[in-house]
Ligand binder design. Structure first.
Ligand code: EPU
Length: 433
């Protein structure tokens, strides 16, 4: 559980020799959180396999508990590298509310809005806060659900939604202004338990959306086109619980591949799904890494200096904004100059100040960063500004002279299960203090 910064949570990183070994990415945070919310759509016992042991999952478990569900982690199977299954029991009657104390700690809690409205006909969700980057409104969630028959009001910091006429949600044709990942998830879940057919146009195409659609199908929903920009859902009057395995985390996988770039050596991510990371793999190869996919997983090998490339973030299948801090960190020690453009979140360059403290030569201007590679970074005390930035600073420490101390490590715990331990297993010198 995250309890805010205690002042003691930090990573201590020292540069190390080349990395070598195999690591698991584990189930994807951004799928697991939505799959947990989807459980609210059906009464009974749900089982989720390979849900990572991370703080955001703990928070979502508390969100579900606040509605009346019980959430338990089974012990890991002996000899299995996977965490124990997550068992979620959903009662018939739910309390359709996501309280401020939880939503404030995790913006993604807003994904219970669709399932709660579909199950209960009304819902009350605190207005989200979340990661410290950019302006992240929820207008598209509200207008999409509005088209399905929900009326919203904002009262005392809460969004209160009621299905007009007291009946079920009704299928609608929703065209998203932007292919938002979480909005697509919310609408997909709401549509699964509704009357009629919903079409989501300009839908997000992330592999995690596909994973959610697969889970909804095993719960009895009819979903077509997930993974493309037009998703069609035939609503069901009732859904049933199911057992579902979470898709592997492509961002965690990318983090370990980037670690091979920073420290050199060879890293295999055993469960990485290369088909979900094509654009990233292409970038890494352009940067001089050797990346191959084989029966044992996705392997990155690197010696010598990284080559600079330009990077522009885009919705999937473009280069994900979540990869950007790792790419910027790699560019900071690359040969040449790279121009990085952020197209999704306005404030997602804050960690650049921290990299500069380590000797990186980076200039930012609005949505752009110009990164001039230096020979070597220099270890320094820095601060994690968000989850991916925190992980990136640890990677920077792998290639920095001396010691790097990354404070506010709790940000990293939101999305990485034993990050330091997994890096140590690859030969890195990283301690969680
Ligand atoms: N947006 C709106 N209105 C809305 C919703 C979003 O304007 O109602 C805007 C946002 O302000 C932003 C853009 O749309 O500019 C993209 O937002 P999107 O909704 O796609 O992002 P998200 O669903 O909030 C998910 C991941 C993020 C990841 C992004 C982009 C989850 C829980 N989060 O966020 O992951 O960066 O997609 O792929 O799925 C992370 O894991 O650290 C993380 C932040």
């Amino acid at each position: 559980m995250e309890h805010g910064w205690s002042g003691t949570d930090r990573f201590v990183v020292r540069s190390c020799g080349p990395l070598s070994g195999t690591v698991r990415a584990g189930g994807a945070k951004n799928s697991a959180l939505k799959l947990m919310a989807a459980c609210l759509l059906a009464e009974g016992r749900h089982v989720l396999v390979d849900v990572p042991r991370i703080t955001d999952v703990d928070i979502m478990a508390d969100v579900l508990r606040a509605t009346g569900a019980t959430v338990d982690r089974l012990p890991a199977r002996p000899g299995s590298p996977e965490p124990g299954d997550l068992v979620i029991d959903v009662p018939r009657d739910l309390h359709p509310e996501a309280p401020y104390e939880l939503v404030e700690r995790m913006r993604a809690s807003v994904v219970v809005l669709g399932p709660l409205l579909a199950r209960c006909g009304r819902a009350r969700v605190s207005m989200p806060g979340g990661d410290d980057f950019g302006h992240r409104p929820i207008d598209m969630h509200l207008s999409g659900l509005g088209a399905m028959g929900v009326e919203f009001d904002t009262v005392h910091g809460y969004v209160e939604g009621t299905v007009v006429g007291g009946g079920p949600l009704v299928g609608a044709h929703v065209v998203l202004e932007y292919p938002s990942h979480t909005v697509t998830d919310n609408l997909l879940m709401a549509a699964a338990l509704s009357k009629g057919t919903t079409v989501i146009d300009n839908a997000a195409r992330e592999p995690e959306v596909l994973d959610l659609a697969d889970a909804l199908r095993s719960m009895g929903a009819v979903v077509r086109g997930a993974g493309t920009s037009r998703i069609e859902v035939e609503g069901a009057a009732e859904l049933h619980p199911a057992r579902h395995r979470v898709v592997a985390d492509r961002v965690v996988a990318a983090t370990f591949l980037a670690a091979a770039g920073m420290a050199g050596g060879e890293v295999v991510v055993s469960d990485a799904r290369v088909e979900h990371m094509e654009m990233l793999v292409r970038k890494l190869r352009d940067m001089g890494l050797q990346v191959e996919h084989g029966p044992d997983g996705l392997r990155a090998t690197h010696t010598g200096r990284i080559r600079s490339v330009d990077v522009s973030t885009l919705p999937y299948p473009g280069v994900a904004t979540d990869y950007k801090p790792f790419l910027v960190t790699m560019l900071s020690v690359a040969e040449g100059v790279g121009i990085v453009t952020e197209n999704l979140f306005s404030g997602r360059f804050r960690y650049v100040d921290e990299l500069r403290r380590m000797g990186a030569d980076i200039r930012t201007e609005g949505h752009h960063a110009v990164v001039r590679g230096v020979e070597r970074l220099s270890g320094a005390p820095v601060r994690a500004t968000d989850l991916r930035a925190g992980a990136a600073l640890v990677l920077a420490g792998l290639a920095a002279e001396g010691e790097t101390v990354v404070a506010d490590a709790h940000h990293v715990d939101r999305g990485y299960d034993d990050f330091a331990g997994k890096l140590r297993a690859l030969g890195a010198d990283v301690q969680r203090v």
